[in-house]
Design a protein around this ligand. Structure first.
Ligand code: GAP
Length: 396
């Protein structure tokens, strides 16, 4: 963990929150490479689970909601952890909304899920979806964790990617299985090794107040096997309670059968920050290349923050620098996540790119000026091959 935390700081992935003031427990800031990695992960998730499907509806709800939401959801009464003395401590962050006498107490949302349940009727009225269908959301959640720890694993402000998938009660088991598989597909897509993932059937006494069945996906983090994601069967708990509490009918009307009922919910939930930690942990590699030890991040191309680095072989040869700039400008239009680097010798530049997980390094040398080919060096094997400039985009 120390090596990963140090690499994250040194290379501009993740910094301690408010560092110059000594930090603030449970908060971390993403730097330039971290935010790109995070955005790549979120974009991939959004494409896979929302955009590429006909049965999913994306939303982006407010972080601060009417406090009645948190009463109906059971969070005011039950979202608490035990303190040492056995006392229960509600981990929702309280805040006040409005000024003076008008101010009301509300909370920063502890899960994005409720932002979807309260918009269930809006989505039905606007789109008339047929069951089964789902809602998806990516956004911040806040929990005043009693003991934040393990870098970005347990923090007080974090991000979730969540799905509420609405089904008929009789179908819940099938969809639960189906989502289990889809969660594995996702973990594969971001390059997490299957052998590091373990399913845990969560016993009743450990389940959240709304869940009738939960499977946790645990991951082998450097500090032990810990929860990465969760899959829960939330029954009709949330819609039913919001109906009762708001007085707004949140039932679904099925035209074919003329039936009116409250759908049941399967909820796959993915922590963004834990995803990043799992990705960094499994990508972190130390090996020996050409007799030298090196550190590199074996990030999957789909999420690597830098897809390729362009180098002129020598910094002091204007014709090489000019040609390298030209190749860089050309590729940048097609693949924005590339960098130009002419700082230090080639070996140093390779090591820098290896450490941040750049899959390909492209060097412009004297042959390039003659035949318009470049060398492309592979991050994992160190192998180099000659590629024509016109084929570069496809090659990387
Ligand atoms: N809506 C369901 C829900 O919020 P959860 O298991 O409490 O379920 C979902 O949280 C996911 O959010 C977890 O699997 C984890 O990835 C992430 N998560 C929860 N608490 C976290 C924390 N304090 N810091 C970082 N990530 C957290």
């Amino acid at each position: 963990m120390e090596k990963i935390i140090s690499l994250c700081k040194r290379r501009g992935f993740i910094f301690q929150g408010s560092e110059i003031y000594g930090g603030l427990a449970g908060t971390w800031d993403y730097g330039p490479l971290g935010v790109t990695l995070k955005n790549n992960i979120k974009r991939l998730w959004w494409e896979m689970f929302v955009e590429n499907r006909d049965d999913m509806y994306g939303v982006d709800a407010a972080l601060i909601m009417n406090p009645k939401v948190w009463e109906a959801s059971g969070h005011v009464a039950g979202f608490a952890d035990p303190l040492e003395n056995g006392e229960k401590f509600n981990v929702m962050f309280k805040t006040s909304v409005g000024a003076g006498e008008e101010a009301i107490v509300s909370y920063l949302r502890p899960e994005t899920a409720q932002g979807m349940f309260v918009n269930f009727k809006n989505v039905i009225d606007a789109f008339h979806p047929k069951l089964p269908f789902g809602m998806g959301q990516i956004g911040k959640a806040f929990r005043n964790e009693i003991s934040p720890r393990d870098f970005i694993f347990r923090t007080r402000e974090f991000e979730q990617m969540e799905i509420e998938y609405f089904v008929k009660e009789k179908d819940w088991k099938d969809f639960f299985e189906n989502w289990r598989e889809q969660m594995f597909d996702w973990m594969k897509a971001i390059g997490l090794p299957k052998k590091s993932i373990h399913e845990l059937e969560v016993p009743e006494e450990d389940r959240a107040h709304y869940s009738k069945r939960t499977v946790d996906f645990e991951f082998d983090f450097p500090f032990g096997k810990k929860e990465l994601y969760g899959l829960a069967y939330r029954t009709d708990f949330d819609l039913r309670n919001h109906s009762a509490s708001s007085g707004v009918d949140l039932q679904y009307f099925e035209e074919e059968t003329g039936e009116r009922f409250t759908p049941h919910v399967i909820e796959p939930t993915f922590g963004v920050d834990r995803t990043i930690l799992a990705v960094l942990t499994s990508a972190y590699t130390e090996d020996e290349l050409n007799g030298e030890t090196r550190t590199y991040l074996k990030l999957s191309k789909s999420i690597a923050p830098v897809k390729a680095a362009i180098f002129p072989l020598l910094k002091n040869k204007p014709e090489l620098v000019e040609k390298a700039r030209e190749v860089y400008m050309m590729l940048k239009k097609e693949i924005p996540q590339i960098v130009f680097d002419d700082n230090g010798n080639i070996g140093k530049r390779y090591r820098r790119q290896d450490e941040i997980g750049t899959p390909a390094c492209i060097t412009i040398d004297f042959d390039t000026l003659k035949d318009d080919t470049v060398t492309v060096r592979d991050r994992d094997t160190g192998e180099q091959k000659r590629v024509a400039i016109k084929d570069l985009k496809d090659s990387i």
